[in-house]
Design a binder for this molecule. Structure first.
Ligand code: SF4
Ligand code: SF4
Length: 285
């Protein structure tokens, strides 16, 4: 079972839910992998320290154009859908803008003059960490300045392929990195908070998931704060409320110390196990 934990914006408690759910599951003896897909700012390892088993580099293939062989026909420029090639035929100038290149390979197919070769560029790393029997944490991390974290996220998810339970801590937002993560999930847990901002971002996430046809349910974090609009909207849309996490000083203190509430308070480890059961039930519906 692959569960993605996501939210339309940062700071709603997505990492809090992912890490505590993972901890509760692995303590029950469920072979679990947590994949930190927030590749631009991964921080799951701060809550779940582990022993690094191995680190893999993620590389992208970047085309290099040889001026001496190039006939300046412009075919590669026409094939490139990402505006990654600067082509000035009058000045006989052509260059690949590495930061915009998506490694699609179209220009290499277009070029029949043998003017394009490929070089490798490091765009990130995947760290696999042993957390304890039977659990693993996989961390995706992009290099600073990389245009898109998607290739690194995809590789990290692939790396975690065969555990009983895989939890994907999704990147914030609803753009390509979010879609690359939830696309691999059987079910998406959307974390929100009962505020106007929380509701607005929840609606955007729900629209996106409806469009790609993924089942989902909602966890309301910091319940008791804000108003009841989120609950009314969930009821109106018949969206499952999977769990509420109260606005609780103890949780905030434990989190700020880089610890897990599920580890320190059995009431919460039970709650997170119930969340797992609720997701299982939802998938059987
Ligand atoms: S590999 Fe794709 S994105 Fe990169 S320069 Fe070539 S056509 Fe453009
Ligand atoms: S397709 Fe090849 S020959 Fe034509 S402009 Fe591009 S690199 Fe040069």
């Amino acid at each position: 079972m692959i569960i993605a934990v996501a939210s339309g914006k940062g700071g709603t408690g997505k990492t809090f839910v992912s890490t505590n759910l993972f901890w509760a599951a692995q303590k029950q003896g469920i072979p679990s992998t947590l994949v930190d897909c927030d590749a631009e700012e991964p921080n799951d390892a701060e809550f779940i320290p582990g022993y690094v088993l191995n680190t893999q580099n993620v590389v992208q293939k970047i085309p290099v154009i040889d001026d001496q062989k190039c006939t300046f026909c412009g075919r590669c420029f026409d094939y490139c859908n990402y505006n990654a090639i600067v082509y000035l035929p009058d000045k006989r100038f052509i260059k690949v803008v590495e930061e915009l290149c998506h490694d699609c390979g179209a220009c290499t197919v277009a070029c029949t003059s043998g003017a394009i070769s490929l070089k490798e560029k490091a765009i990130g790393t995947i760290r696999k960490m042993y957390v304890g029997i039977p659990s693993v944490l996989v961390e995706a991390r992009t290099e600073i300045g990389v245009y898109s974290p998607v290739p690194v996220i995809k590789k990290a998810i692939k790396y975690a392929s065969d555990d009983v339970l895989i939890i994907l801590d999704a990147p914030p937002g609803i753009s390509c990195p979010f879609i690359a993560t939830v696309d691999k999930a059987d079910y998406v847990v959307l974390v929100t908070e009962p505020t106007p901002f929380g509701l607005n971002d929840l609606k955007l996430s729900v629209d996106t998931l409806d469009e790609i046809g993924k089942p989902y349910g909602v966890v309301v974090n910091r319940a008791g704060l804000g108003n009841s609009d989120v609950y009314l909207w969930l009821k109106e849309k018949k969206i499952s409320l999977l769990m509420e996490i109260p606005f609780d000083k103890e949780i905030a203190m434990v989190y700020s110390e880089g610890k897990l509430i599920a580890e320190l308070n059995s009431k919460y480890s039970d709650k997170f196990m119930q969340l797992l059961q609720s997701v299982k039930k939802e998938l059987k519906r």
